[in-house]
Design a protein around this ligand. Structure first.
Ligand code: COA
Length: 274
């Protein structure tokens, strides 16, 4: 399979994506886009094939995003493309092209959607946590048992508008679950649980990221969580506590929010950028 990676060697996610592709037995064609940037026409085509607005591939961190005023939502796609061509560091990475499509692969496991799904062996990211695969699931006894054991609610699992996933290591051993409820551009991340024997390896953090990306691909722009016990876990990943007054009505009227005692539950929010 022909695979092209627009790569930045200084970026951990880009390096992890290459590592994951190579673990599937594919040697990709690596383009260091800061040295040899794509033409304007090619970049425009790649973004079109991704099916996202130009803004979705712009990197803010470590770039002149702010000084160029690119937070101005009135800028057109053409003006944004001009900025990307003038400053290739603004192109987020890695962008991967395969016969199955084009994606900005953040988190790195996003690339698995673009590769042939074959038997894989367990592999760790550079920083030591295992790469994960996600599988969309219906409500199952296995999910209910895992949530109940962790003290998380299960009585609204079958309500509409929810998506649940099982997470496994690449070799197939299951490590946890997670889900979200989507309300337009707001997503409530929920039902995140890591098997007790798999905790403390970065799997929970990775599940939150993978869930956020799935929700973002369906239109979510802000992720919310409600928790009585795990606020520090989410704050370590960039979620900020907010007052109930600041939370959207749709999030407050979820059964999760309605059932939790306002005095003991924290609402946290995070803008979804990758
Ligand atoms: C919360 C939970 C998902 C974390 O999973 P995990 O795989 O152990 O988490 P990670 O290894 O990715 O931890 C990431 C970081 O958060 C910290 N952390 C983990 N759980 C934490 C908690 N409950 N409170 C505070 N910090 C926590 C870790 O120490 C780690 O910090 P570090 O990066 O400084 O080392 C897991 O403990 C769990 O399943 N708990 C029961 C269900 C639950 O509370 N879910 C959350 C509400 S939906």
């Amino acid at each position: 399979m022909d695979v092209i990676v627009y790569h930045n060697q200084a970026c951990g996610t880009s390096r992890n994506t290459l590592r994951l592709i190579r673990n599937t037995g594919v040697e990709p064609h690596v383009i260091e886009y800061l040295k040899t940037p794509p033409s304007r026409a090619l970049l425009g085509q790649l973004i079109k094939r991704m099916g996202v607005p130009v803004r979705a591939v712009i990197r803010e961190k470590g770039t002149p995003f702010e000084e160029l005023g690119l937070d101005n939502l009135a800028l057109s796609d053409e003006e944004l493309l001009d900025a990307l061509m003038a400053h290739p560091i603004l192109i987020n990475r890695p962008i991967v092209v395969t016969p199955k499509g084009v994606k900005l692969c953040r988190p790195s496991e996003t690339v698995l959607d673009l590769l042939p799904v074959e038997a894989m062996t367990d592999l760790d990211k550079e920083e030591g946590s295992p790469f994960l695969t996600d599988t969309a699931i219906e409500t199952s006894q296995e999910l209910i048992d895992a949530l109940q054991t962790a003290g998380l609610p299960t009585d609204d699992l079958n309500d509409s508008g929810r998506s649940f996933f099982r997470y496994s290591k690449l070799g197939g051993s299951p490590v946890g679950f997670g889900g979200f409820e989507l309300y337009g551009s707001d997503a409530l991340l929920r039902s995140m649980v890591v098997s007790p024997d798999a905790r403390g390896q970065g799997i929970g953090r990775n599940i939150a990221l993978l869930l956020s990306r799935r929700a973002s691909d369906l239109g979510a722009r802000t992720a919310y969580v409600l928790t009585t016990t795990a606020a520090p876990f989410f704050e370590a990943q960039g979620f900020k506590p907010i007052s109930r007054d600041e939370a959207p009505a749709a999030i407050l009227s979820t059964r999760q929010a309605a059932d939790l005692c306002p005095a003991s539950a924290t609402v946290l929010a995070k803008p979804l950028t990758f």
